[in-house]
Structure formats: structure tokens, C-alpha cells
Design a protein around this ligand. Structure first.
Ligand code: SER
Length: 871
């Protein structure tokens, strides 16, 4: 049975038993902030186990892409994988232990025909119920092993979630390999037993503190390692000999000119290249890009680890763009995202590999140099600061440094490294504190509220009540003219800054006074706070007020917000579906949109994006919202922001019918796209690796922008005594003239300098057997001084030359020493520094060539006189 057959046989077996076949979900667990990467088949189903969502069919089966990061450093040995596929059947409050056990046994013994006498069972130590079910299947009691919490209690995935006792099926390879020990049983790590299937009886929810509460309805979560089972079915010793890996191993072997199976070290490197060539394309396909933290760092580690180990066995050229396509080729029909994003995946790989290739040599040399220092040789330990420097400056992951050092018997100080990292993070954090936000919870407690209801998504004013006045971080009964404060209202039409959209401004009008709101922010847990100053009169806590948002400004913001959505939709059409929003700013006068993309946008891309957005504006499409469960929103295709934590019920904002854009969003928008009026990109730039930023204007902002530009153009035209549409012609003729005059001046300077040099040649001095030319040149630039010095060297062959001039009203020196005199320790840099010092200047350079500037031009001749004494 090959891998494809195993996948479909498993899915069909459970589909025949009433299970819905679910496609694999992303490696990025969307909406699950507890987890870095999907590490098990049950991850996408957490909400169903917890009954936060109810599935149409309580039985599910899937083949899920999984990634485990804890073993990255062990990959290379025959047994560890980062990326793998997990086959699993699930019950959300439907069937329980009996069916799970019966079906698992039937699948392995009848469908896969694994010999029963090779199978062992483990159960949780006091799970007599599971024991009894296995016994009814005639599994001998002697082959059912009771184990403890560490192996037979599973979960949660991440820091919280469903979990429960489990029962595993193990395959016994016999005594070879193995420890040959009489008591060797499943659970022994000698390699004799392979755990092939884990049946988890989900009974509890475990919170972040480790407290367990029973689930309303227990469920089943099983996970079978596709690669491991395949290995058994194909009668192989390791997964690397199965059809999933053979093409990759062969490719890596061919590229390196090595043979798999010839020696252990080479095999190790080949396995690393093959293994990482699977994980890398899968991570990128799901939206991970190389970065220095989080998921991006995992990807970067794989890329770099593969590059380094490949290099060790002779893969000196970039090779991951040759190996990764095999993964796409062999698994692209099962995981279509690989095919869809093929070009993008390969582009990311080649950019990152190429970049790393440049630093790899320096980095490797540096690690070697550090290891060769006396301290490290003696202590056999690389200090944390050095590990950090390698990471921070050269992009060497600490794990790699540790691996390379390990081959030479040296350890690295990882604790010290972590401390350095923490120091850096602390620095970054220190800049981010946000005034009142920290105190929000306090204020909420004082006022006895949790959140403020926002009433402003469709209106800009509201009659409500002033419930809290905060002055200097404490509550106050009233405030009067001129006083600054933060006001909390019972409900508010003011939008508090969030999701990139800036907060509203406006007025809060009481019976005896008016307050001007200059900023609206959010404070934890969910309070909207209005900051500003009393314009006139007095405001008192508890009074009824009228809250009025500056609606012109609000409309400017709304235009920019809706335009941001249209922009994202247009970018997906122009650049591809891979782009992901990474940040945004929606202000009244402009908008900013940050997104993941590898290369700068071309002028054509920008033009097309502008056109697409303006087309959508001109069509005057309706803008409307709808609330729905998060999962449903995502399934309907709404775009969510990467890494953002959403509540269970979300607001989906759509533009157009059928929609041209659908995004999860809580911000304020126009009613129809036509209100945006006009959109124009004013800048596109890089803000980091694979991160681009677009700045754009709409509506009044665009009008102002065009007006300013046209005015500037008219002014330039006037200045050049031309017309706006002829200004380019005129300007280029000026530039041409300028270039020619510069050329003329340069050749005049050159002529002048050469005449002077010829005179100098007549006056070569000999000091201590060294030829010396030191003299003043007419005012020429430093390039000319160099040309002259070269010419003089050609004439004299062995000489020290120091030339001085006054150019642009400043003294300037150049010193040249011919190689034979450099060998005698004459140093142009030292000479010129000392000479320039006389004129109050500084400078220096190499032994053969150096230059320096000064301040006091009247001291030039005096300075040149010094030269003789320096020989
Ligand atoms: N969640 C369990 C595991 O990962 C079974 O799927 O082993």
C-alpha cells in the first residue's frame, strides 16, 4: 500500500461508518492563539469538543497536516519528523470508547491486515473500561500495558483545551531493533515498539493554570501517524525509505553527489535536507514567511538548517528550490494550496536561501573563530553574548550555533542567550507603554462596568449619560472650563481607536458646559474613553449629555477605511492571494496598509491597483455588515487578519453584491463605495523582509493631494519660465547643460593640476633616502588630486606624496605612499592625519592612500611644511 492508498483507505473506512470527511485545515491554527502551529488532528476541532460550535455531523475524519517544533534539532536521525500527516477520527459528544476501540482494531487488523501478534495496547493506569473493551476483542491481557499520566493522558494541544486519558496501539518490530531486554515493553524507547495510533478519550477541559473540569459531553480524538504506519506496511526500517521520502532523498543525494546509505553522517545530512524540504513549502503555502520570531522563525530555522547541512555534504549551490518542488509535485493533489502557491513558495525559498548563502560563510568562519579563542577552548563553552551576536548580526539561529559547536565538543550558553534576548525585548517594550490603558481595569472596577456600548456605527450623535470623569488617574465629581480629563459614557457614538482606525473627535455637551474630545481610545477590559478638555462651563458626573462626533472627520476616516478594504481586494487580484494584511492605519487624511509580499510593486502593479479600486468606487457598490459565528465567517471566505484574536461572533463587512470584498472588521465605513470618491496610492515602500507598505489618499485627502501636486508643478513651470506640460523638456535641457559645464570645469581643473604637478616633479626632495613630494595644488577636487598623485607615482616609482589644496574654501590633503615604502612602514594614513591636524582637521586611511580635511585654510602651507619632518 502506498501513501495515497493509505490516506484514502482510512478516510473511506470512517466515511462508511458515518463520518464526514474534513479537508486538512491550515498549519496556522486560525483563531487559536494558544498554539504556534497545528500539532495534531484535533486542533481544528477544539471548539466542537468544547461545544462552543455544534457540528452538523458529530462524527469527523481527516488527514491533517501537522508540525511539531520540539524535535527540530533531532531531525536527521531516522526517527524524528517536524512535518507529518495525522489520520484521525473524531466524535463530538457522539460515540465513545467502545466504538473508538472496536473500529481502530478492525482497521488495523482487518483492513490493513497487520498481524495481531505484533500489536500491543497501552491504557491509562486505572482505565478498566478500556481494558475490558480490548479484552472483548481477544487481545491477551498480557499484551495490554497500564501506563501513567506522562504517556497515557493526552493534551491539551497548546496551553489550554480538551484532554483526557488515552489508549495506544503499538507495533512490535520484534527483537531487532531493540534492547533485547526481557522487560522491554511498549513505552521502552529502544526502538522495538512504534506507537502507531493514539485514541484519546476526551473528558476534560484544562485551563491555562492546569485546572481540569469535565466536558459537558465526552468525545473521541484519535491520531494515527501516516508515516509510521506506512513504514510498517512497506516493510521498511525508517520513514525515509517509504514512497513519501525516497524521491526527496534521491534528489538530495544526486545534487550532493553522495549515495544514501554510504555513511551515517552523510545520511544524516540527506535526511535533514529531505525532511525540511517538506516542512518548508507547507509552511509557506499556509502563509508563514521567514522572520525572527514565532512561526516565521521556525521556517527560517528549517531553511537555514537545511542550507548548512546541505553545504556540509557538497551542495554548494542553492538547492532548496530543486528539492522543495518534489514535495509540491507529490503532495500537490492532496494539498492543493501547494500547487496554487507554487511560484510564490519557490520565490520565498530562493530569496531566503540566497540571502542566507551570503552570510553562511561569514557565520561559519565566525563560529570557528569564537571556538578557537582561548577562553572558549578552555571553558568548552560559548558565552551567551556571542551566541546572541551571531543571531542578531549574522542571522545564525542559536540552535545551529549549538549544533556546529557540538561537532567540536563545545557547548553554548543558552541561558545567557535568552537573557540577552530578554534584554532586547525589554528595550522594545519600554517604548510601548500607553498611558491610561494600563489603568483601564482599575477605572472599570471603580465604576463597576466592563465595557462601553458603541452606538456609532450608523450615527454620529447620541443622547447618553456621563458616568465617569477621570482627572489625573482618579475619579472626580465635576470638571470646569480649561480642565483636561478623560470621560467615560454609558454608551457612545465615538469610535475608540482600534484595528488601525484612529479614534473619533467631537464634542460632549452637558446642561452647563461643553467638552471637546480630542482623542478616543480603548481601555481594558472594553471601555471607550474620551480624552480632551472642557471648552466652557462645568460638566458633572451622572448628568445626561449629548455626544456628538465630528462627522466630517468621521466621514473622511470612513472613506479611508472602506478604501483600505477595496485596496486589499485589489491587491489580491493584482499580486495574488498570498498577500496578508500585517497592519494598517486609517486616519482622516490618509490610509496606510502593510502587507506581506516579497518584491517591490512595479509601476504597472500600482497603476492597475489604482484603477481597480477606482473602478469599484465608480460602481457605487453597497457596503453592508452582518454578524455571524467566527467559523462560519471564515468558511464563507471572509478575510481575517493574521494572528488576530477574534471573539466567537464576528462582524463581516462586505462591499458589493456579490461581494468584491468581505473582511472581519469592527470599524466604521461609508454606505456605498461611491462615497469614497477617489483613491490614489502616494507611496509604496519596504518596511522589512517581505513586508510592503502602501500609503494612499481618498476623498478630500485625494483632492488636496492632487491640488498640491498641480500647484507645485505650476510653480516649477513658472520658475523655469515654461508651461506645466513642457516642464520636463525644459528641465532636462537644463540638467544636460549643467552636466556639460561640470565636465568642462573638471577638465580645466585637471589641466591646471597637471601643469602644477610637472613643476613639482622638478622639485622632488630626498629625505633619509626617501623621495618626497609635498606641495600645494591649485583649487581642485579630491578626484583630481588622486589622478595627479597617480601620475606622479608613475613618474617617480618610489615616493611619498602629500598634496594640499583649498577647495570649497576648506583645506584638503591627500597622501600616497608607493608599495616599496609601505613595506618600510611609511603610512599614508598616519602622515595625512598629522598634517591635517595643523589646520584643525582630521582624517586618515590606508597605508598606501589616505585623505583628510581641515578647517583653517590659512594654515595650509604651514601644514605642508611639517611633512619633511615626518619621514
Ligand atoms: N491528539 C492526539 C495526538 O496527537 C490524538 O489525535 O496524539
Amino acid at each position: 500500500m502506498n501513501s495515497k492508498e493509505l490516506r484514502s483507505t482510512f478516510l473511506d473506512f470512517f466515511a462508511d461508518r458515518g463520518h464526514k470527511i474534513w479537508p486538512s485545515s491550515s498549519l496556522i491554527p486560525h483563531g487559536d492563539p494558544t498554539l504556534l502551529l497545528t500539532n495534531s488532528g484535533m486542533v481544528p476541532f477544539k471548539k466542537y469538543f468544547l461545544r462552543e460550535l455544534i457540528a452538523d455531523n458529530p462524527r469527523a475524519v481527516s488527514c491533517q497536516k501537522c508540525f511539531r517544533t520540539n524535535d527540530i534539532d533531532s531531525v536527521g536521525d531516522p526517527g524524528h519528523l517536524t512535518f507529518f500527516e495525522m489520520l484521525g477520527n473524531f466524535s463530538f459528544g457522539d460515540y465513545f470508547k467502545k466504538e473508538a476501540i472496536n473500529w481502530a482494531w478492525e482497521f488495523v487488523t482487518v483492513t490493513l491486515k497487520l498481524p495481531e501478534d505484533r500489536l500491543w495496547i497501552t491504557i491509562y493506569k486505572d482505565d478498566d473500561e478500556a481494558f475490558a473493551y480490548w479484552r472483548t476483542l481477544d487481545v491477551p491481557a498480557s499484551r495490554i500495558v497500564r501506563l501513567g499520566e506522562s504517556t497515557n493522558f493526552w493534551g491539551p494541544a497548546g496551553d489550554s483545551g480538551p484532554c483526557g486519558p488515552c489508549s495506544e496501539i503499538h507495533y512490535d518490530f520484534g527483537f531487532q531493533p531493540g534492547c533485547d531486554h526481557a522487560e522491554c515493553l511498549p513505552g521502552c524507547d529502544c526502538g522495538r515498539y512504534s506507537e502507531i495510533w493514539n485514541l484519546v478519550f476526551n473528558q476534560f477541559y484544562q485551563d491555562k493554570e492546569g485546572r481540569r473540569t469535565p466536558l459537558a459531553k465526552p468525545g473521541i480524538d484519535t491520531g494515527m501517524g501516516l508515516e509510521r504506519v506506512l513504514c510498517i506496511l512497506q516493510g521498511k526500517r525508517t520513514v525515509y525509505e517509504t514512497d513519501l521520502f525516497v524521491p526527496l532523498i534521491e534528489k538530495a543525494a544526486a545534487l550532493s553527489g553522495q549515495r544514501y546509505g554510504s555513511d551515517e553522517q552523510t545520511d544524516n545530512a540527506l535526511r535533514i535536507v529531505a525532511e525540511h524540504s517538506r516542512g518548508i513549502p507547507f509552511l509557506i503555502a499556509d502563509g508563514v514567511l521567514p522572520a525572527n520570531e514565532g512561526r516565521g522563525y521556525v521556517l527560517r530555522r528549517l531553511l537555514r538548517r537545511a542550507a548548512i547541512h546541505g553545504r556540509k555534504i557538497g551542495m554548494n549551490k542553492l538547492f532548496l528550490t530543486d528539492t522543495a518542488p518534489l514535495t509540491i509535485q507529490y503532495l500537490g493533489d492532496i494539498y492543493p494550496e501547494l500547487m496554487q502557491k507554487r511560484d510564490f513558495i519557490l520565490k520565498v525559498i530562493s530569496v531566503e536561501e540566497d540571502k542566507f548563502n551570503e552570510t553562511i560563510i561569514t557565520g561559519l568562519e565566525l563560529v570557528d573563530a569564537i571556538i578557537d579563542t582561548r577562553e572558549v577552548k578552555e571553558s568548552k563553552l560559548i558565552p551567551g553574548v556571542d551566541v546572541f551576536r551571531l543571531y542578531d548580526t549574522y542571522g545564525f539561529p542559536p540552535e545551529l550555533t549549538s549544533e556546529i559547536a557540538g561537532t567540536r565538543g563545545i557547548r553554548v550558553e543558552l541561558d545567557g542567550f535568552k537573557q540577552e534576548m530578554e534584554k532586547q525585548r525589554e528595550k522594545a517594550r519600554a517604548g510601548q507603554r500607553f498611558g491610561l490603558a494600563d489603568k483601564g481595569t482599575n477605572i472599570a472596577a471603580l465604576l463597576g462596568i466592563n465595557d462601553t456600548q458603541f452606538t456609532g456605527s450608523k450615527q454620529a450623535r447620541d443622547n447618553t449619560r456621563l458616568i465617569g470623569i477621570v482627572v489625573d488617574d482618579s475619579l472626580s465629581d465635576s470638571i470646569s472650563e480649561g480642565q483636561e480629563a478623560t470621560l467615560i459614557l454609558e454608551s457612545t457614538p465615538f469610535y475608540g481607536e482600534m484595528g488601525g482606525q484612529v479614534g473619533d473627535t467631537g464634542k460632549i455637551i452637558g446642561t452647563q458646559g461643553t467638552f471637546s474630545v480630542t482623542a478616543t481610545i480603548r481601555m481594558p477590559p472594553g471601555i471607550i474613553a474620551h480624552k480632551g478638555k472642557v471648552l466652557s462651563g462645568v460638566l458633572s458626573a451622572g448628568e445626561n449629555i449629548l455626544a456628538e462626533v465630528d462627522s466630517e472627520r468621521r466621514l473622511d476616516i470612513a472613506r479611508n477605511h472602506t478604501a483600505t478594504h477595496l485596496l486589499q481586494a485589489a491587491l489580491r487580484l493584482v499580486l495574488g492571494e498570498h498577500i496578508q494584511q500585517r497592519g494598517s492605519l486609517v486616519a482622516p487624511d490618509r490610509l496606510r496598509f502593510d502587507f506581506s509580499h516579497l518584491v517591490p510593486m512595479s509601476a504597472d502593479d500600482i497603476k492597475m491597483t489604482n484603477q481597480l479600486v477606482n473602478d469599484m468606487i465608480r460602481k457605487n457598490l453597497p457596503v453592508y455588515d452582518e454578524e455571524m459565528p467566527y467559523q462560519q465567517a471564515i468558511e464563507s471566505g471572509a478575510v481575517a487578519i493574521f494572528d488576530e484574536k477574534y471573539s466567537d461572533v464576528v462582524r463581516v463587512l462586505r462591499v458589493g453584491m456579490p461581494p468584491v470584498s468581505a473582511e472581519l472588521c469592527g470599524g466604521t465605513h461609508v454606505h456605498a463605495s461611491g462615497e469614497v470618491a477617489c483613491f490614489h496610492i502616494v507611496a509604496e515602500s519596504s518596511i522589512g523582509t517581505s513586508l510592503r507598505r502602501i500609503e494612499a489618499v481618498t476623498g478630500r485627502g485625494a483632492e488636496r493631494y492632487f491640488e498640491d501636486r498641480l500647484n507645485a508643478l505650476s510653480r516649477i513651470a513658472d520658475y523655469l519660465e515654461s508651461e506645466p506640460d513642457r516642464v520636463l523638456e525644459k528641465a532636462s535641457s537644463f540638467v544636460q547643460e549643467l552636466k556639460e559645464s561640470k565636465k568642462r570645469i573638471l577638465s580645466l581643473e585637471r589641466e591646471l593640476a597637471l601643469t602644477n604637478a610637472k613643476n613639482m616633479l622638478a622639485g622632488v626632495q630626498v629625505v633619509k633616502n626617501v623621495n618626497l613630494i609635498a606641495g600645494r595644488m591649485p583649487p581642485v577636487r579630491v578626484e583630481i588630486l588622486r589622478e595627479v598623485a597617480d601620475w606622479l607615482c608613475d613618474q617617480v616609482k618610489s615616493v611619498v606624496i602629500v598634496l594640499g589644496t583649498v577647495y570649497d574654501d576648506k583645506p584638503l590633503f591627500l597622501a600616497v605612499v608607493t608599495p616599496d615604502l609601505v613595506a618600510k612602514k611609511y603610512h599614508a594614513g598616519d602622515i595625512v592625519r598629522q598634517v591635517a591636524r595643523v589646520t584643525g582637521g582630521s582624517g586618515g586611511g590606508k597605508p598606501n592612500l589616505a585623505q583628510a580635511g581641515g578647517k583653517d585654510k590659512t594654515k595650509l602651507d604651514e601644514a605642508l611644511k611639517l611633512v619633511k619632518g615626518l619621514i
